[in-house]
Design a binder for this molecule. Sequence first.
Ligand SMILES: Nc1ncnc2c1ncn2[C@@H]1O[C@H](COP(=O)(O)OP(=O)(O)OP(=O)(O)O)[C@@H](O)[C@H]1O
Ligand SMILES: [Mg+2]
Length: 256
Amino acid sequence: MAEEVILRFDKVKFEYLHKKPILDEACFSLRRSAKVTLMGQNGAGKSTIFNLIKKELTPLSGQISVAAGATIGTARQTIARADAALSVEQYFSKDFELIPGNIKSRIAKALDAVNFDIPLDRKVGELSGGQQARLLLAYSLLANPDILLLDEPTNNLDKAGIDHLIGFLLTYDKTVMVISHDADFLNCFTEGVIYLDSFTHQTEMYVGDYYSVVEEISRRVEREQRENAQLEKQIKDRKEKVNFFAYIGGKLRKLA
Ligand SMILES: Nc1ncnc2c1ncn2[C@@H]1O[C@H](COP(=O)(O)OP(=O)(O)OP(=O)(O)O)[C@@H](O)[C@H]1O
Ligand SMILES: [Mg+2]
């Protein structure tokens, strides 16, 4: 079952604004337990892909399929105002219909994964911004989701926090998809890259550790930029020719 696909994008098209595509027939699939980086330029549409997976957005066309019963987890950016008065323990327990008997040890494990030492009776509204971000990250780990989506998880972590998170992810036997600018962090645990090309709006899969894949991609991007530059020059030359002939044509017309 190791090769079982847990998530598949099949010719997915998406745009926020008419004729401004973010994804144009994007295709990729992830097998169960895969650990991948989602890479692309700023504004390419990485967070949009996460929102599509979470079904917070709907594709214009194409299919996004998630294996039957697979759960999706992601770290929220902020603690809702309504939850500010909850203690850490109450916050972690809020989504359970039936609170598991081992909740305290599960909370401890999740907090440990991000190296966050905090009494369980502290009010979450009293935590600093960075502490809240850690809490939310730990909270996303608690549910043990089949597909874990992490958008810049290292932003509010110190070195020790990042090391703990790497350790956690290395032993996490579920699927993880990460967006991060922290190359060292990515290189420690990802085994492939999904590259979102902001020109073609398509995705490509690369297999290998982060650094070797990045090298492969940057060689490709450089080549494409060279080809684009050549194409642009050809177009510019052609336009100049057209303008020149239009100018001559105008003169001749005037003369006539
Ligand atoms: N709700 C929206 N309405 C219109 N345009 C949007 C909306 N959300 C995002 N966009 C635009 O869609 C593009 C993709 O946004 P997205 O946030 O997915 O990019 P990203 O790859 O996550 O970028 P970053 O690396 O900066 O986080 C951007 O150009 C963004 O401005
Ligand atoms: Mg983003």
